[in-house]
Design a protein around this ligand. Structure first.
Ligand code: EPU
Length: 428
């Protein structure tokens, strides 16, 4: 297992190119199962989750080829029964359920489990598919879905924590080939849902309202192949904005979509971080003084849960008290105790983290536990004086393309090194 060895305390300077969005490309790849014709997806980030999704499509019988930033798929003949262990490992793979059901009228997909950030049920996905006429059973760890006919319906997808992103994607994909009209109410408004809708429309689907809480899908007989370019990764962009801010450097982002980052830009501004927009580029630098802010994570267009951990590092550097309230996932604060090893003062009370900022941070050995927590630990290591070792960075490789290389180009001293065996610290 690899680690990042970071020599902290160096302000980052320079330019960084933002990659295609992981959370857009996973459902886009699933959508290619809806047609027997070839599809081409461009601006695909080279991430382990994406390669994994490619393997899942292959296990279903599709041909998948990766060429630099382009993936070409052809799902001429597919089966609705994927490799149990392959699918089980990645939660994002749940979005193959809708396309398989639409195309084959039946599917068996391993039930995705919970993960370190929360229980992550799929009841809303199943509720939506049932509304379209599917019968569903859970057998031997599989979700078994059948629908000789899929018929359009009104589907309410609001849950305890608001709409579901992949649930919206699943139902939207299933409804493209259903008979009649489907209206998704309380649909997720995330840019990744809009990106998927645009690809489906390019494939011949009839969809209006994506990006609003009401999406209308009029079923068609079949979809055809299409080409599509993935939107830039707004979470990666936010992470590099924060990397520039926490190290007190000056970083320019190319290829990001500022219109997808309103909530993050607004909080950075409130916190005293200056972000200048020139054309499509964004330059971040810290203002004369940082101010503590309170953050509550919300569905889009609110503050994203996927940036909460990275924002905690900025609060840890800011004199005063900032409160982060996590409203999407029930246990997404694993980074807090690791940041405390660097010297941060963070107390967790229910869904809130109370960050008493302004203490000096010094390097330590840290253990990454999920993707965004890992990014926060790397940001912490970039700020802390001395050496920080971030272990288990395979989590990071799931969602950040070449993070070590991108950071090095900004002047950071980050090395990818094998985990020192004698020093390995296991969870107990
Ligand atoms: N929920 C339910 N029932 C469901 C589905 C979701 O109760 O059937 C709950 C979840 O437990 C959670 C909330 O609804 O409390 C929102 O979950 P959502 O379904 O929107 O999450 P997701 O679609 O599984 C995607 C991203 C996550 C991101 C969330 C929220 C992908 C592959 N994953 O997950 O990304 O945090 O939306 O924006 O698109 C990440 O990239 O690090 C990551 C975790």
């Amino acid at each position: 297992m690899d680690c990042f060895l970071i020599e902290g305390g160096i302000p980052l300077h320079g330019e960084v190119q933002i990659s295609g969005a992981k959370n857009a490309v996973l459902p886009l790849l699933a959508a290619t199962l809806l047609t027997a014709e070839p599809c081409v997806i461009r601006r695909v980030p080279n991430l382990s989750d994406v390669r994994f999704m490619g393997q899942i499509l292959t296990s279903l019988g599709a041909e998948v080829s990766f060429d630099t930033e382009t993936v070409t798929t052809r799902a001429a003949q597919i089966r609705g029964f994927g490799d149990y262990n392959l699918i089980r490992k990645m939660r994002g793979s749940v979005c193959i359920l809708g396309p398989l059901l639409a195309r084959l009228h039946q599917a068996q997909v391993s039930l995705p489990g919970g993960c370190v950030i929360g229980a992550r049920p799929i009841d809303l996905h199943l509720k939506g598919l049932r509304a379209l006429g599917a019968t569903i059973s859970i057998e031997r760890g599989y979700v078994c879905v059948q629908a000789p006919r899929l018929v359009g319906a009104e589907v309410f997808l609001g849950g305890r924590a608001g709409p579901t992103v992949l649930g919206t994607a699943n139902i939207m994909m299933a409804a493209t080939l259903a008979e009649g009209v489907t209206v998704i109410q309380s649909a997720a408004c995330e840019p990744e849902v809009v990106d998927l809708a645009e690809f489906l429309v390019a494939m011949g689907a009839k969809i209006t309202g994506a990006g609003t809480p009401f999406i209308t899908i009029t079923g068609v007989k079949e979809l055809h192949g299409a080409a599509h370019e993935v939107i830039p990764d707004r979470i990666e962009a936010a992470t590099y904005l924060l990397a520039g801010a926490v190290t007190n450097g000056e970083v320019t982002l190319h290829g990001a979509r500022p219109d997808h980052l309103h909530a993050v830009l607004d909080k950075l501004h409130e916190a005293g971080v200056q972000v200048h927009r020139h054309g499509m580029a964004l330059t971040v630098r810290r203002g004369p003084e940082l101010t503590p802010v309170d953050i509550t994570t919300q569905p889009y267009a609110g503050f994203p849960t996927d940036v909460q951990a990275q924002m905690m590092v900025l609060l840890a550097l800011t004199q005063g008290i900032g409160i982060i309230t996590e409203r999407i996932f029930e246990s997404r604060f694993t980074h807090a105790s690791e940041l405390a090893r660097l010297g941060a003062d963070i107390a967790i009370e229910g869904p809130s983290a109370i960050v008493k900022g302004g203490l000096p941070l010094s390097g330590a050995q840290l253990m990454a536990s999920d993707l965004r927590a890992s990014a926060a630990l790397v940001l912490g290591g970039l700020v802390a004086q001395g050496q920080t070792l971030v272990k288990r960075i395979y989590h990071l490789d799931r969602g950040y393309e070449q993070m070590d290389e991108k950071l090095r180009r900004l002047g950071a001293r980050v090395q990818r090194v094998p985990e020192p065996v004698s020093e390995s610290r296991d969870d107990v």
